[in-house]
Design a protein around this ligand. Structure first.
Ligand code: HEM
Length: 435
């Protein structure tokens, strides 16, 4: 079973990576943009938005806007697979006669463009396409082809403003807050760094999540910050309760401190590379004991057979966003001894060694503001009283603005204890608010 899951994880990642490599040989994107006439109208609206956008409008103050408009139309048309050629790069007046190629790097280098400026401009392009009725699929494909230009165009860092988060990353690219507090999906941490801070800034958020099954509920509250799109710190408290007599007084709390570091790749800009964004993380978990079973003399997870009431999960996550196909895929490998994430302690009478457990998530980026997907998380089985099974869920995450997201899921948590053999299924609702 474990081999199969690992194979499935590998195949899923490999196929998404292969998709990311598709050459732009057909013109469906060009047609989706409405051909040359559609591109002209989109570019007009795009430049109107850019010239009114306080984040970037000043950069265009002294330039020939009709000329930029013309070049952009050519470029969008070419990258969309249309019958055009971008001509600007052979036409540098200052270099006339020298035969020098004018590429995206030399065009932009003096403008000292930062990560946040690049994303602001790309957001304006997304908006312009949406205003002209371009489908999300087509819009994502054009953005996918332009995103790798980040390497040439972004050459500057913004001055540090430690008290002011810049919210400079694209919508939804911090994921949501997973049930242990880290940035990711609902039940699995992803390689994405939480929040919207760019490489020059930070972003933070708070979340509240409730999972309600037939007989139990799990609430998680937490805060997290992402620093320089590189490091993520999170703090969360889980509160697990029983709803059904004789466990209706049951209450177990757990505190989780999380650290994640992005090691390589960039899920948004590396659209032309197979490399996913890869991060490594750790979660220190402290189970605060069992309440509500004092009459039975049970106050600690050790009395249920757990070897410890604290533990550390280590994980590696790889996330690939493939805008060409409006897909996100994540694979996480977690080293853990935790029983039901740690709510029933760590290790037990059936085993006390760290086990490697795969987790897989896939999402369709149905709209700029909506991701719909499914997740799977395998867990170890260490406790005799806990016939632990894998977690599954299907979810929809809605991002009406960068300040807020709402995730609704239907989750299957498997059986939780031998005292109640029912498979626990139910709704998952999570609200995240950030800055
Ligand atoms: C995906 C991102 C971008 C793309 C595809 C892009 C594309 C282009 C193109 C095609 C031109 C015309 C070059 C020519 O005349 O041949 C241009 C020029 C220009 N771009 Fe960008 N650009 C991007 C990002 C940015 C950003 C973020 C800024 C500033 C906030 C910016 C500011 C300018 C300016 C001021 C010019 C005029 C430069 C000149 O004529 O010397 N661009 N860009």
């Amino acid at each position: 079973m474990r081999k199969n899951t690992l194979l499935a994880t590998g195949l899923l990642l490999a196929s998404s990576l292969a998709l990311a490599q598709t050459p732009y040989t057909e013109d469906s994107t060009f047609r989706g943009l409405g051909g040359k006439e559609g591109i002209k109208q989109i570019t007009d609206t795009f430049l109107e938005l850019v010239l009114a956008d306080p984040r970037i409008k000043d950069n265009f103050a002294d330039f020939d806007i009709p000329q930029i408009n013309q070049r952009l139309q050519e470029q969008f048309c070419e990258y969309a697979g249309g019958p055009c050629k971008y001509t600007g790069k052979y036409r540098d007046k200052t270099m006339d006669g020298a035969g020098t190629v004018r590429d995206m790097k030399s065009v932009h280098i003096d403008l000292k463009i930062t990560d946040a400026m690049f994303n602001a401009l790309a957001e304006d392009l997304q908006l312009a396409m949406a205003r002209h009725g371009v489908s999300t699929e087509t819009s994502n494909r054009l953005i996918a082809r332009l995103a790798p230009m980040h390497r040439d165009i972004v050459t500057a860092h913004a001055p540090l403003a430690p008290l002011q988060p810049d919210m400079g990353r694209f919508l939804a690219t911090g994921g949501v807050s997973m049930v242990e507090g880290a940035g990711g999906g609902g039940i699995s941490p992803w390689a994405l760094i939480t929040g919207y801070g760019t490489r020059d800034s930070w972003g933070g958020n708070a979340h509240f999540t409730r999972v309600q099954t037939q007989d139990y509920s799990l609430d998680t509250r937490g805060v997290a910050v992402g620093i320089a799109d590189r490091v993520e710190l999170s703090v969360a408290r889980q509160d697990f309760k029983g709803d059904l007599a004789p466990l209706n007084l049951l209450r177990i709390q757990q505190d989780i401190l999380g650290l994640k570091v992005r090691l390589a790749g960039n899920a948004v800009y590396d659209q032309d590379r197979a490399m996913p964004q890869v991060s490594m993380g750790a979660m220190y978990k402290k189970n605060k004991g069992i309440n509500g079973l004092r009459a039975l003399g049970v106050t600690s997870v050790r009395q249920l057979g757990a070897k410890d009431d604290r533990g550390v999960d280590y994980y590696v996550s790889a996330t690939k966003i493939c805008l060409e196909h409006s897909l996100l895929v994540n694979g996480t490998l977690r080293a853990t001894k935790a029983n039901q994430m740690g709510i029933l302690g760590f290790g037990g009478d059936q085993g006390d060694t760290v086990k490697l457990q795969p987790e897989v998530s896939a999402a369709w980026l149905a709209h700029r503001t909506l991701a719909i997907g499914a997740e799977y998380r395998r867990k170890p089985h260490n406790l005799g009283v806990d016939p632990e099974k894998s977690y599954y869920d299907v979810f929809a995450a809605w991002f009406p603005a960068k300040q807020v997201s709402l995730t609704v899921a239907y989750a299957n948590l498997g059986t939780i204890t031998v005292f109640n053999p029912k498979t626990q299924k139910g709704w998952y609702l999570s609200l995240q608010a950030g800055l």
